[in-house]
Design a protein around this ligand. Structure first.
Ligand code: ADP
Ligand code: MG
Length: 633
């Protein structure tokens, strides 16, 4: 007996232990999903073997039937799921059934709260997989042998899901994997034929591999020596069926199989394309963002089939990065069966498929927005920030994507992003010819920004943008529906034709009165500011700071800095409200020292209101305190 054959006891990776513990508790109310996961894995294993065997049909070992068999044994309270798929060798077993390979797993687990309801949602986003067996089993045994290996190279893995597993080398005549669950005493239902049949039909009808169960024999019928099996599923790949004959529940179950997601999808689009290129696509919008949506290494892309043969998972060449949350299948009739990722990258046909699939997704989202605002809102809350990458990445669909964007605005009462640009344009004031927006660090900073004063007074809506990516997004959107975008904290105030002649005249007069003071302030603060000027955008605040049009704002600067590109900070422009009592007071101040104190406080306050940091906060506090003391004394 070789050393390897000896039984070894190994510990699960810490993350697996944590996940097992949490899963058993928080997914108990959905316990039957273990069957879906095991059937899904068995079907994947068959897909993988069929693909590998394209090059080497010796892997079939003379037995090319691919199938999943389920055997229930109520007497011993066990259920066995076996497949004739690719199988695993010893190292595969240790790697796949003892660790979790996903990046960001530890970080994900640290988000779990112990609140079962919340955690079960999070775990759903993570994907449960093989380990879900332990929800219903007190012990799980896996006996497997990799296709093409010798009979003596089978592996037996056993665990109670309590932190460790044993592994030993065994003989296994047939390739593939058999998983036997020794069910907990109160999970007897899963060893009963009738209950199992119903569940299996639900979880496997959409799967292309036949799922078989032992034939039942009733009454007079004689039970045969060797068990006979019969198919319980349709065993036709779901996407090859016609749209009209597939039920919603079947689409939903299939989604869970391809996406490893736990929740239902929000929407899907199933299309057959004929013509120069022939392919079928089935694309899903998930209900929840996966935990690793922002991880660079996270898997993304579609499952690729060529003429119904599974070729690869995560084929990322068919959709742009900003649609990386889309799950599904594409089955091509034109690609060669031995297509590789490298070939996909260079094939011009893939480029045209990519652009067609991108349009499909954008259309599906537009439809969702139009037909079901509530669902669309929930989509936006989950994936809006990813979609905002779109206009920068995909020029040709800029307008389409812009229609899908949603923002918070001064029209709403909280930070919910539910205003579309079309809504905004419908509400525009007479004479208004721009779409006004404001970017800020947080919703509160935005909402209370002095820049909004004149807009509030005139009842002009302003979009409030507080996501990290917003400034970058806006740098790629110049106009929508013929309307220019205008950052209200940049450049000179331009309210279009919303201002009357009288207003303008009054403004000019007010400005003239304080001309001298503006010059004095400019001279005093010339180190700190680019310019000082009078503004009419303020109705309550004495002053604000603005940037020149085209100047990079704080968000962008941070993004650039994170990418290793330090951008020198631009000096702001100080704008003064010529009707504010404080500014009028400043205008009257003859004492140069006091003038300086006051002007500096006004500048610092304007910076603070913008959510900016002061370079010399201590001096600001000292100045303010001197002023307060005077008041108190
Ligand atoms: P996932 O299916 O998302 O990869 P699972 O936890 O369900 O995660 O399975 C982990 C891995 O274990 C699979 O990716 C596969 O490599 C391996 N595996 C599980 N079940 C089987 C099986 N029946 N045959 C071959 N390999 C399997
Ligand atoms: Mg799985």
């Amino acid at each position: 007996m070789s050393a390897e054959a000896q039984k070894e006891t190994l510990g699960f990776q810490t993350e697996v232990k944590q996940l097992l513990h949490l899963m058993i508790h928080s997914l108990y109310s959905n316990k039957e999903i273990f069957l879906r996961e095991l059937i899904s894995n068995a079907s994947d294993a068959c897909d993988k073997l069929r693909y590998k065997a394209l090059e080497d049909d010796g892997l079939y070992e003379g037995q090319s039937e691919l199938q999943v068999k389920i055997t229930a044994d109520p007497e011993n309270n066990t259920v066995t799921i076996s497949d004739s798929g690719i199988g695993m060798n010893r190292q595969d077993v240790i790697d796949h059934l003892g660790t979790i390979a996903k990046s960001g797993t530890a970080e994900f687990l640290s988000q779990l709260t112990g609140d079962q309801k919340k955690d079960s949602q999070l775990i759903g986003q993570f994907g449960v997989g093989f380990y879900s067996s332990f929800i219903v089993a007190e012990e799980v045994e896996v006996v497997t042998r990799k296709a093409g290996s010798s009979v003596g190279e089978g592996v037996r893995w056993v665990s109670k899901g309590d932190g460790e597993f044993t592994i030993e080398t065994v003989e296994k005549a047939e390739r593939g994997t058999a998983i036997t669950l020794k069910l907990k005493a109160d999970e007897k239902e899963f060893s009963e034929d009738f209950r199992l049949r119903n569940l299996i039909r639900k979880y496997s009808d959409h799967i292309a591999v036949p799922v078989l169960m032992e034939k039942q024999h009733f009454g007079e019928e004689e039970k045969p020596e060797t068990p006979e099996f019969e198919a319980v599923n349709e065993a036709q790949a779901l996407w090859t069926r016609s749209r009209t004959e597939v039920k919603d529940e079947e689409y939903q179950e299939f989604y869970k199989h391809v996406s490893h997601d736990f929740a239902d999808p929000l929407s899907w689009a199933h299309n057959k394309v004929e013509g120069k290129l022939e392919y079928t696509s089935l694309l899903y919008v998930p209900g929840k963002a996966p935990f690793d949506l922002y991880h660079r290494e996270a898997s993304r892309g579609l499952k690729l089939y060529v003429q119904r043969v599974f070729i690869m998972d995560d084929a990322e060449q068919f959709l742009p990065l900003y649609l990386r949350f889309i799950k599904g299948v594409v089955d091509s009739n034109d690609l060669s069966l031995n297509v590789s990722r490298e070939i996909l990258q260079q094939d011009p046909n893939i480029t045209s498929m990519k652009s067609a699939l991108t349009k499909r997704v954008l259309d599906m989202l537009s439809k969702l927005a139009k037909n079901d605002a509530e669902k669309y809102q929930s989509f936006w809350n989950e994936f809006g920030n990813v979609l905002k990458e779109g206009p920068g990445e995909d020029f040709s669909n800029k307008e389409k994507i812009a229609k899908l964007l949603r923002f918070a605005s001064t029209n709403g009462s909280d930070d919910t992003q539910n205003v579309s640009l079309t809504d905004y344009i419908e509400r525009m004031k007479e004479g208004q010819d721009k779409i006004y927006y404001l970017t800020a660090e947080s919703y509160n900073t935005a909402k209370n920004s002095p820049h909004l004063e004149i807009f509030r007074k005139k009842g002009i809506e302003v979009l409030l943008m507080t996501d990290r990516i917003d400034e970058w997004l806006m740098s790629h959107l110049n106009e929508f529906d013929g309307m220019q975008f205008q950052d209200v904290a940049k450049g000179e105030l331009d309210l279009g034709d919303t201002e009357s002649e009288e207003d303008k005249k009054a403004q000019e007069e007010a400005a003239e009165k304080v001309e001298g003071m503006v010059e004095r302030t400019k001279e005093l603060l010339k180190e700190q500011v680019e310019d000082v000027r009078v503004t009419h955008r303020l109705t309550e605040s004495p002053a604000c700071v603005v940037l020149n049009d085209g100047e990079m704002g704080e968000q962008m600067r941070q993004i650039m800095a994170a990418a290793g590109q330090e951008i020198p900070e631009a000096k702001p422009i100080l704008e003064l409200n010529p009707t504010h009592p404080l500014i009028l007071k400043l205008d009257q101040e003859q004492d140069e020292d006091r003038f300086g104190e006051l002007a500096r406080i006004i500048l610092d306050q304007a910076m603070l209101a913008e959510g900016r940091q002061l370079k010399d906060a201590a001096s600001y506090v000292q100045r303010l305190n001197r002023l307060l003391l005077e008041l108190a004394g």
